[in-house]
Design a protein around this ligand. Structure first.
Ligand SMILES: *Cc1c(COP(=O)(O)O)cnc(C)c1O
Length: 423
């Protein structure tokens, strides 16, 4: 399903599903709310003693509710909506993106299995795979450069139960070819999971490219306003969905709270509008940075100079709102640049309507040893920005402030050096 030609449930298109799916007014309950109420009850009155229906056979779609951890109408609404937008049959909503990832990986592997993972994953997922799955649960993890399908093929064996990918990655915006990853997974009877947080379903739908499961940190673009923490896993594989659902409700008991489900339902209504503006602004910021002499590299899949620009155009419907760039002058330049900014807030996270900037070497990627950072290409001069939906001219003007502060400092130190020599 993409915005114009193809359709999802009920023959509706993306923009329509984003507004109404899961929240269809129900006049039978006597109120007909146009938006979903926030159902806070932890437990529900039932009709009578029923010895025929097993717990796992309760159907929230048929309004069968027993206890909120198992099912909740507000959470059910957001699960239906995200499933429709990702083009999947079932979605399970969690209290964080991290819990969506841990439940999904756990549902796919057993002790003794192997995982092949992109070597440029979200920091928390990287640490989870090493310190939980590898060190405690006896699941081997091979980290490979998945920009090269041959490297993934070489690392995948018949013991591999799961390929775990992100595309594009953080902070260097590397891509992997989802169709090629799906072929490799199928050759070995493994599952393919894709963390689609950076693009969101409006720009990329990995299930349509052959992935078995997609996860999101809804904390980012899906909620979109930096005011809710959550995650979701989506799949069309019934057996896999049942495993993930078991972990969500019983094995881990980790569910999205009703208030967050409401926030995400609200945020999703404007996802297409926000994503279009994020992309428009990111393209302007990327072009401005690429032309600047104090910038040695810009990483953004929408630029012709991105080494995987063609793949980006093939498998995504847009290029997103996150980019990173490298300043000449390393850490001292970065410090001056960031201190002068007024619009871009110095903060981790991404995907909200406001523009953020962060320094991976000292913030998101500081847990990695310096050599590992160097190997991955995360230098001290690298900055990552999540471009918001403000006026792009104000964003470019802000970056100009940063460059002006760098230049002033450069001139001052040149003057100092000049004075020192003439003395
Ligand atoms: C933020 C993020 C996560 C973790 O999500 P939380 O909601 O913070 O737990 C996982 N993957 C990616 C790509 C992210 O950006």
């Amino acid at each position: 399903m993409s915005s114009d030609d193809s359709t999802g449930p009920g023959g509706r298109r993306f923009e329509t599903l984003a507004v109404t799916r899961g929240e269809e007014p129900d006049l039978d309950n006597g109120v007909g709310d146009v938006t979903s109420p926030i159902h806070l009850a932890s437990t529900y009155a039932v009709d009578g003693i029923d010895t025929d229906t097993a717990l796992e056979d309760l159907d929230p779609g048929a309004d069968e509710f027993l206890y909120t951890r198992l099912s909740n109408p507000t959470r059910h609404a957001v699960e239906q909506r995200v499933a429709a937008l990702e083009g999947g049959d079932r979605a399970m909503a969690f209290a964080s993106g991290t819990s969506a990832v841990v439940a999904t990986v756990m549902a796919a592997v057993e002790p003794g299995d192997r995982i092949v993972a992109f070597d440029d994953l979200y920091g928390g997922t990287n640490t989870m795979l090493k310190e939980l799955f590898r060190d405690r649960l006896n699941v081997a993890v091979d980290f490979v450069d998945a920009t090269d399908p041959a490297a993934v093929r070489a690392a995948t064996t018949d013991d591999t139960a799961l390929l775990w990918m992100e595309t594009p990655t953080n902070p260097l915006l590397k891509l992997c070819d989802v169709e090629a990853m799906a072929d490799i997974a199928r050759e070995h009877g493994a599952l393919l999971g894709v963390d689609n947080t950076f693009m969101g379903p409006y720009f990329q739908r990995p299930l349509e490219l052959g992935a078995d499961v997609v996860v999101h940190s809804t904390t980012k673009y899906i909620n979109g306003h930096s005011d809710s923490l959550g995650g979701v896993a989506v799949t069309s594989d019934d057996e896999f969905a049942a495993e993930i659902g078991f972990l969500q409700q019983v094995g881990l008991g980790n569910v999205m709270a009703p208030f967050d489900a409401y926030m995400v339902l609200r945020g999703l209504k404007t996802l297409p509008l926000r994503m279009r503006q994020h992309e428009k602004n990111a393209a302007e910021v990327a072009a401005y940075l690429e032309a600047h002499e104090a910038v040695s590299a810009v990483h953004y899949p929408g630029l012709d100079s991105h080494p995987q620009h063609d793949l980006a155009n093939e498998q995504m419907d847009g290029h997103g709102g996150v980019l990173s760039f490298e300043l000449e002058g390393g850490l001292p330049a970065v410090e001056r640049f960031v201190a002068a900014l007024e619009e871009f807030t110095l903060a981790v996270s991404l995907g909200g309507v406001e523009s953020l900037i962060e320094h991976p070497a000292s913030m998101t990627h500081s847990p990695l040893p310096a050599e590992e950072r160097a190997e991955l290409g995360i230098t001290d001069g690298l900055l990552r920005v999540s471009v918001g939906i403000e006026h792009p001219k104000d964003l470019v003007a802000d970056l100009e402030r940063g460059f002006a502060a760098m230049e002033e400092a450069g001139e001052a130190s040149a003057t100092d050096a000049g004075t020192a020599v003439s003395d």
